[in-house]
Design a protein around this ligand. Structure first.
Ligand code: COI
Length: 354
């Protein structure tokens, strides 16, 4: 289909890039010049266009506002050593996007609209792709239902949009987290594995309570007994215990993170022992108490590799080993940066040139 996709392009009269302070980029507040928009109706995608980033009009009865048929993805573009824009593992985001779409009873988006549309958008806004450490152009593809109808049923119309934001780090320092043992993010059979907007909305109240107590985030535990670790707010979690990299399995209650997969793959390439298996709160607490846990960190597209400085279990605070001295997570962070820069080999074909 690639050669048949026709994208109508309408560029901004004047770029707003000169008004942006690239030395101080907050996460997700600065938007680049253009966005890609496609519409779905009568069983097909149509009207694919790239146009100036701007507000869109909608009816108050728009179905997604009422019943939450809304999904998204997050991925990043970087500048490599040659100054070319590259995207990290977009095919993986494309696949996950359509898995989310199926679970939420939404149409899948064709590969050419997602991939070619994204590539063309990044090419047009190439100047917006930062070229400095820990910075990137964050890409946000998303889809929502647009029927003007408030009966509860899957919508017949949808909109797919991609916009982009030049960003710095999501967390500027190591985070303090607590095990969440009252509220749940997801449950077996639910939508936890999908990147559905509803997962994030439902997480806000418990996260706000934790933030009032001084934490940055929670670590979710299983919804039945709160014994097993699932993931953190905007990232999957990993531990190094007894020299092994341990993380909960990506199952129906846990987002199958792409950074998660990249870190596990590099660890395996390096010959490190990797275990994807249920991890209990008590196992982690015992390992901390016995000095066998050497690293704890979150992994995600926005968060990249975010060190966990402190974990609280109930009323007990555990200060973890100094993030600056953590061998594996710091090394894998550098390796992923080097793959994106193109200064080391990319054996798994993760880099997509725009
Ligand atoms: C991402 O890492 O892309 C995420 O989805 C986190 C986002 C909710 C800020």
């Amino acid at each position: 289909m690639l050669e048949t996709l026709n994208i109508d392009v309408q560029k901004v009269a004047k770029s707003k890039i000169s008004s942006v302070d690239f030395s101080d980029l907050p996460f997700g507040k600065v938007f680049s010049d253009h966005m890609l928009v496609a519409e779905y109706s009568d069983g097909e995608w149509k009207n694919v266009s790239i146009k100036p980033y701007a507000p869109i009009e909608f009816t108050p009865a728009m179905a997604s506002l009422h019943y939450g048929q809304a999904i998204f993805e997050g991925l990043k573009a970087f500048k490599n050593e040659q100054g070319e824009a590259v995207i990290f593992r977009p095919e993986a985001n494309f696949e996950r996007f359509n898995l989310s779409a199926e679970r939420m009873c939404m149409p899948t988006v064709p590969e050419d609209i997602f991939m070619k549309g994204m590539s063309q958008l990044i090419d047009i806004d190439n100047e917006w792709v930062p070229n400095k450490p820990d910075h990137a152009l964050y890409i946000r593809p998303f889809m929502f239902s647009t029927d003007e109808f408030i009966g509860v049923r899957p919508s017949a119309k949808y909109m797919f949009i991609i916009f982009t934001c030049p960003v710095g780090a999501y967390y500027s320092k190591p985070v303090k987290v607590k095990f969440e043992t009252t509220y749940s993010r997801s449950c077996p059979g639910g939508i936890g594995f999908a990147k559905a907007a509803a997962n994030y909305g439902g997480a806000m109240y418990p996260t706000m309570l934790a933030q009032k107590e001084g934490f940055d985030q929670v670590i979710w535990t299983d919804s039945s007994k709160h014994e097993f670790i699932e993931e953190s707010g905007v990232m999957n979690v990993m531990f190094v215990i007894d020299g092994k990299l341990i993380t909960p399995p990506a199952k129906d209650t846990i987002l199958k993170g792409i950074t998660r997969d990249s870190v596990l793959t590099v660890a395996r390439d390096w010959g490190m022992a990797v275990e994807e298996r249920p991890v209990s709160v008590s196992e982690v607490v015992t390992a901390i108490e016995e000095g066998r846990l050497t690293e704890a960190f979150g992994v995600g597209t926005a968060a990249t590799i975010s060190q966990i400085a402190q974990i609280t279990n109930g009323t007990k605070d555990y200060i973890l080993p100094d993030p600056a001295n953590r061998e594996f997570s710091n090394k894998v962070h550098k390796e992923l940066d080097a793959i994106k820069k193109g200064t080391v080999a990319d054996p798994h074909g993760w880099i997509y040139k725009v």
